[in-house]
Write a protein that binds this ligand. Structure first.
Ligand SMILES: [Fe+2]
Ligand SMILES: [Fe+2]
Length: 205
């Protein structure tokens, strides 16, 4: 595949979607590819409900886990060569695959829409500020129909009311989960939480 074959022009045809999907499928095991398809279905539904661009949400969803199964060395190489936050390296692919996935979306797939790139970049930890597309992907990845974790029903309920509420729920639950498991927390995750909690408290005052 060359960059020009899949250049994102804003005219998102079925052909382009199928071509992107075929490339994504090569990067991951079948179960993760099924997750990607479920995230896309959920993202499109949320996009319809909240008035986001369907094609942008579809593309962001299809590409969001492109780098998830890349080995730590290749993820690290992109982080270093692209001047991304080096601190991510200590937190493994779980943190790195978002920003690295956005890098591939831009360089391999020719995506220039910054909202799509930012959504992919932020989908692992969220963002201090997030666009509508960013929130759609962040929530779709969390509540897609294959998810079964404790609290998913509440997350799905919130997603029907407000993307903001659902995003805050995910950010808060993720931090609680990491603390309970006695896992280290990437500082960027804390910054995101601080930003969201300050807005939430500010609203209720
Ligand atoms: Fe991911
Ligand atoms: Fe995902």
């Amino acid at each position: 595949m060359t960059k020009t074959e899949l250049a994102y022009t804003g005219i998102y045809t079925n052909w382009a979607r199928e071509a992107v999907l075929a490339e994504v499928e090569k990067q991951m095991k079948p179960s993760r590819f099924q997750h990607v398809l479920r995230v896309e279905a959920c993202a499109i539904r949320l996009a319809e409900k909240y008035g986001a661009s369907l094609e942008a949400c579809s593309l962001a969803a299809i590409l969001h886990d492109y780098a998830k199964e890349h080995d730590a060395q290749s993820l690290k190489a992109i982080v270093l060569s692209q001047g991304m936050d080096r601190e991510m390296i200590g937190y493994g692919s779980e943190i790195m695959h978002g920003p690295v996935g956005a890098y591939y979306a831009e360089t391999l797939f020719g995506i220039t829409d910054e909202a799509i790139l930012e959504a992919i970049r932020q989908h692992t930890i969220g963002g201090e500020t997030m666009t509508l597309i960013g929130k759609v992907l962040f929530i779709a990845d969390y509540i897609e129909s294959g998810r079964t974790f404790k609290g998913v029903d509440e997350a799905r309920r919130l997603a029907e009311i407000s993307l903001e509420e659902a995003a805050y729920f995910k950010i808060e639950k993720t931090i609680i989960h990491l603390v309970k498991k006695e896992l280290p927390i990437y500082p960027g995750t804390i910054y995101v939480y601080n930003s969201w909690i300050q807005r939430k408290v500010g609203k209720s005052e």
